[in-house]
Design a protein around this ligand. Structure first.
Ligand code: GLY
Length: 351
């Protein structure tokens, strides 16, 4: 009997997120996914391919006629239209048809570029996400948003396309380095701050060595699924999942995408929360809370954010209580004052 948890995402095309700890081959094999006689295409990157491609392919051979792989370079700098063009070219060269399925095996860059390629190829083929990072499992692989960056800003091009299924084997996290563990935990801390005080407290009682990842990924996915059920196409409630992201995306852009996503979001959360419990928790998981960038630089970089409208922007603010937040429309001038006061707060916290 396979040990796994499952979360159902209720949306325009409902699906299951399956979370297991080990046995990727068996779990993938246990879900016959292919249309009869169809081929599975696995998109992965050069770091993940040597680690998990064989296991996934072995599982897929149980229900697909054929399995073929497309390997891309790793790193946020490759989350571009060029990479999507390359994936589309490879799918065409390898003979992919509309009955085939694309499996995205890897982190957020793979699920984002693969999701967009799957949405575009022959006007849409099925996609299944198999996240191998905490960041992708807790966020990018679930919810149907895909996208790539433009020089002007992050995720400015993309579509909504829900996956047919998400299969997350948390044993893949054992090969993550400390940076990637902290990077992903930032998104889980975010879930605690915006929607789940118990999750926040569970993180406070643990360290990255003692966390039960199958449990906290399941909790985070349930929170995300709840937002998607209420607002799949991001017209209101779902925006709360972007807590810390307006500042975060600005910092990523200012750093030339050298600051990892979760680290940038951690700084964004610290600046907007101005709460010692939050600052302590971020530091417990080796996440930064301060930045060298000025409030003016951050706000200027945020000017191209998707949440912008005229001279104002939707910003998510935490409530007094951990586990609640609200979306507020503020002018860029007001937003800059908030960021400035956050910068002063974290500077004083550190000394
Ligand atoms: N990453 C935020 C969302 O999926 O809405």
């Amino acid at each position: 009997m396979l040990q796994m948890k499952s979360v159902r995402v209720e949306c325009s095309s409902p699906y299951e997120v399956v979370i297991c700890d080990g046995l990727l081959t068996e779990v993938v094999g246990a879900f016959p996914a292919g249309k009869e006689g169809s081929t599975a295409y696995v998109l992965t990157d050069e770091n993940v391919a040597p680690l998990y491609l064989d296991s996934l392919e072995t599982g897929l051979r149980r229900s697909f006629r054929d399995v073929k792989a497309v390997v891309i370079a790793s790193g946020e700098e490759h989350k571009t239209l060029d990479t999507v063009g390359h994936i589309l070219g490879e799918l065409a060269r390898l003979g992919a048809t509309r009955s085939d399925t694309l499996f995205c095996l890897g982190g957020g860059v793979v699920t984002d570029t693969g999701g967009l390629a799957a949405a575009l190829y022959m006007r849409g083929i099925d996609v299944v996400n198999v996240p191998t990072t905490i960041l992708a499992a807790a966020d990018a692989a679930v919810g149907g948003k895909n996208g790539v960056d433009l020089p002007t800003g992050k995720n400015l091009v993309g579509t909504f396309k829900q996956p047919k299924r998400v299969i997350c084997d948390v044993s893949a996290f054992t090969t993550l380095d400390n940076m990637n563990i902290s990077n992903g935990i930032a998104e889980i801390i975010k879930c605690g701050i915006i929607a789940d005080q118990e999750l926040f407290e569970l993180l406070e009682r643990n360290t990255s060595d003692t966390l039960d990842f199958a449990d906290i990924i399941t909790r985070s996915v349930k929170i995300k699924a709840d937002f998607i059920r209420k607002d799949e196409f991001d017209n209101g409630e779902r925006a709360k999942l972007n807590f810390g992201h307006t500042v975060g995306h600005a910092i990523e852009k200012l750093s030339g995408y050298k600051t990892p996503h979760g680290f940038a979001v951690a700084i964004g959360m610290a600046l907007l929360c101005q709460n010692s419990r939050v600052t302590r928790l971020l530091q417990r998981y080796e996440l930064p809370v301060a930045t060298e960038f000025t409030s003016e630089q951050i706000v200027n970089a945020a000017m191209n954010d998707k949440k912008k409208d005229g001279d104002s922007i939707n910003v998510i603010f935490p409530s007094e209580n951990i586990g609640e937040c609200r979306v507020k429309r503020v002018t860029f001038a007001k937003f800059q004052r908030e960021v400035e006061s956050g910068l002063v707060y974290v500077r004083d916290c550190k000394t």
